[in-house]
Write a protein that binds this ligand. Structure first.
Ligand SMILES: [Zn+2]
Length: 275
């Protein structure tokens, strides 16, 4: 077994260090370490961004980013654009720990000398137009609601955005994922239902009922899948939803347990959302 000093030397020399831990169960757990990298840690590659700076405070962690692969070609005529100025767009991102993470994206604005078109660098990989939350942040929020039973208030707090922003974004992202996949009902044999407190109000709590596919969970072969989200909480809400579904599809169902009732032991497992 190499000493800690040898490990540090190997790390400094090779940029990585491969180590093996022996457990009591005699199973081997291997980990490959690479140099610390904020871009990969925060999952920015999938957003087309590279981290170039950080600003940490007690209230939030800000990551300064730039577009990894600039695209200076005019979208109207295809000529090379000339950098005009730099603008900043801020996106709420998946939180790491208890403070919100904010992406501060410094990106260029170009002007075309041929057709005079002016455009920003494309940030659509990081977030939809006018969206205040990164795509990773949206997935975190939807997972939080569906799998971790977080309230929208808690999600808003984690993202560092207002309740309305979080609520609108989570609903839209849920619908986007669901509508994008018209085949999501195929192969469903076991329906599961779960309820979440959507909003605490003085007049009482508001709920959303989440409908999941538990076929793979029941068979022991996989995790639950999100199928739909409907506002309200009662058997009537579910029955109304079920009545709208395809008759042939309903005949293929084996069961639809009412999971949200007190005393129910069935819950979607954590990290259940596989969009
Ligand atoms: Zn042009």
């Amino acid at each position: 077994m190499p000493s800690m000093h040898e490990k540090v030397e190997a790390f400094a020399k090779n940029g990585s260090y491969h180590t093996t831990h022996s457990r009591k169960t005699s199973t081997l757990l291997s980990s490959t370490f690479t140099p610390p990298d904020l871009t990969t840690f925060a999952g920015l590659e999938q957003l087309g961004l590279t981290a170039v700076g950080q600003h940490l405070s007690a209230a939030k962690a800000e990551i300064l980013c730039q577009v990894t692969t600039p695209n200076p070609w005019c979208r109207t005529c295809g000529a090379a654009g000339v950098p005009r100025d730099t603008v900043i767009r801020r996106l709420a991102h998946q939180p790491f720990g208890w403070r919100p993470t904010v992406l501060v994206i410094k990106h260029r604005r170009y002007r075309c000398h041929t057709c005079h078109h002016v455009w920003h660098e494309d940030l659509s990989q990081a977030a939809a137009e006018r969206q205040k939350i990164s795509r990773t942040g949206l997935t975190w929020a939807l997972n939080g609601l569906v799998c971790q039973h977080l309230s929208v208030s808690r999600i808003a707090e984690g993202l560092g955005v207002t309740w309305n922003t979080a609520n609108d974004a989570v609903l839209a992202e849920g619908q986007r994922l669901l509508i994008k996949d018209p085949t999501r009902f195929n192969g469903v044999k076991v329906l599961g239902i779960d309820e979440h407190v959507w909003r605490h109000t003085r007049a009482g709590d508001k709920y959303v009922t989440v409908i999941v596919d538990l076929t793979a969970v029941r068979a022991g072969t996989g995790t639950a899948r999100l199928l739909d989200m409907i506002q309200g909480r009662s058997k009537a809400v579910f029955k109304t939803w079920l009545a709208k579904q395809d008759e042939q599809w309903k005949k293929t169902l084996k069961s639809w347990p009412w999971m949200g009732l007190p005393g129910s032991k069935l819950r979607p497992p954590k990290s259940c959302l596989k969009p």
